[in-house]
Design a protein around this ligand. Structure first.
Ligand code: GDP
Ligand code: MG
Length: 192
């Protein structure tokens, strides 16, 4: 699931990953948007990701909480050129932690998006949040296509390992399909 203030690029990150596109006039997300991606590992196994994109508007916050409970991974997204979005990231983290059913071991990421723009936030502050809340930090640009595939590759491997603890997963992932068949959707691992 993607969480963070409106305008930080949550939808753009997902669109870049799913379809390798970027829209300068990305429409703000209303409510919740689902999408799916089949991720194939080079050992020929695959996992299906269900991506949950949230609208960040205050009035939708209560709505998204029901989706926190069963998520297998979370991206807390802020914009590197918007300090308010960074200040408020702790609100999103706390809100998620209070509503995710105590699933403490799921992969959690802090994502500083828009690294193509002027950086307004000190690295020490970012590192401190990542450390305090046990988040893995990625600096991305949906626009310039920086680190997006790597981020989702990381998530995919972590999830694959959590499902298959005994299998070797040194393999890199290959993203093959953004439209898995209907029956595969049902068994999807829930991430953003
Ligand atoms: P959301 O509300 O968090 O889903 O944000 P959107 O994905 O809708 O993006 C908000 C605005 O930021 C849109 O105008 C996007 O084109 C723009 N945007 C998203 N990602 C980036 C990025 O990496 N760099 C730049 N420069 N703009 C971005
Ligand atoms: Mg959006």
């Amino acid at each position: 699931i993607t969480l963070g203030n409106p305008g930080v690029g949550k939808t753009s990150i997902i669109q870049r990953y799913l379809r390798n596109i970027f829209d300068d006039n990305s429409m703000s997300t209303v409510g919740i948007q689902f999408s799916y991606k089949e991720v194939k590992l080079d050992n020929n196994e695959s996992i299906n990701l269900k991506l949950i994109d949230t609208g960040g508007q205050e009035r939708y916050r209560s709505m998204s909480k029901s989706y926190f409970r069963n998520t297998d991974g979370v991206l807390f997204v802020f914009s590197l050129n918007n300090s308010d979005s960074f200040k408020e990231i702790t609100e999103w983290i706390k809100m998620f932690n209070e509503n995710n059913n105590g699933k403490d071991n799921i992969p959690r990421y802090l994502v500083g998006n828009k690294c193509d723009l002027q950086k307004e936030i000190e690295q020490e502050k970012i590192d401190a949040i990542a450390k305090d809340y046990n988040l893995k930090y990625y600096e991305t640009s949906a626009k310039a296509n920086v680190e997006i595939d790597k981020l989702f590759e990381d998530i995919s491997i972590v999830l694959y390992k959590s499902i298959n603890p005994n299998k070797d997963t040194k393999q890199r992932t290959i993203h093959i399909s953004s439209h898995p068949q209907e029956e595969k959707k049902k068994n999807a691992v829930v991430v953003t």
